[in-house]
Design a binder for this molecule. Structure first.
Ligand SMILES: Cc1cc2nc3c(=O)[nH]c(=O)nc-3n(C[C@H](O)[C@H](O)[C@H](O)COP(=O)(O)O)c2cc1C
Length: 230
């Protein structure tokens, strides 16, 4: 009778993996779109926390953003992408950490204009009603709109933080269309239960709730603990 019992497969120790000749793969970026709604501080605070937490950010600001920087801060935002990166870092007060690449609003051939460029999704903050309307009809007239449209078509996370008041029925219908397409609508509406002491506290609440949509938790926030002290 032959011995049919299974013979053990000899296991030799795995050889060590040789060091890769390639540099480490950079983390998958998050796109930050800044449109020409009031409240650039929302974008600045988001960028500050994301860079401090070492995220890789691709930033595109719309043409109207230049005018809002002038109106809100009397500052001229540079158009050159390299200088703009420096500018946003200075505004965010974070010169060293994370990776930041800025794109010109009209550069519809940038990497973020293609679905083949992998991202964690896109946050548009603040988001104007004009951008909301264009996204709702699939109109990509600049890089921000194109990148956001790509996130929708690829089924990736798109979060918009609309800032307008009051909202017309047209705004509401456009926001509904986006919500039906899977876009998360996080209005720039702060809460008061976390006992904000400063404008930054109010802003950070909205920024934290927007980043929650990406499961990014990099902002110290007194979250609601059911009445318990957090
Ligand atoms: C100082 C300033 C503040 C603005 N605030 C808002 C706003 O809060 N919400 C909004 O929908 N549009 C606002 N706008 C109008 C938009 O900038 C305008 O509709 C623009 O065409 C939007 O273009 P974009 O969506 O490509 O950025 C503001 C414009 C200026 C100059």
């Amino acid at each position: 009778m032959p011995d049919l019992s299974p013979s053990p497969i000899p296991l030799s120790p795995c050889p060590p993996i040789p060091p890769s000749p390639h540099p480490p793969v950079s983390p998958i970026p998050l796109i930050l779109g800044v449109s020409g709604a009031s409240g650039l501080i929302y974008a600045v605070r988001a960028l500050k926390y994301l860079l401090a937490a070492d995220y890789t950010i691709e930033l595109v600001a719309s043409k109207a953003t230049y005018q809002v920087w002038q109106a809100e801060q009397q500052i001229t935002m540079p158009g050159d992408p390299e200088k703009q990166s420096q500018f946003w870092r200075e505004q965010a007060g974070e010169m060293d950490k994370g990776q930041l690449t800025c794109h010109a609003w009209q550069n519809v051939g940038a990497a973020i204009a293609s679905g083949s460029f992998r991202t964690q999704g896109m946050l548009v903050m603040p988001c104007s009603m004009s951008t909301v309307a264009k996204l709702a009809v699939g109109l990509s007239s600049d890089l921000l709109e194109r990148a956001a449209d790509v996130q929708i078509k690829e089924g990736r996370k798109l979060v918009v933080v609309p800032r307008e008041t009051p909202l017309s029925v047209i705004h509401l219908q456009n926001l509904t269309t986006l919500a039906q397409a899977g876009v998360k609508i996080v209005p720039a509406i702060p809460a008061w239960y976390h006992q904000p002491q400063t404008i930054e506290d109010l802003v950070d609440f909205v920024v934290a709730r927007a980043l929650d949509q990406f499961a990014i938790d990099c902002i110290p926030l007194n979250r609601w603990q059911g009445g318990r002290k957090g």
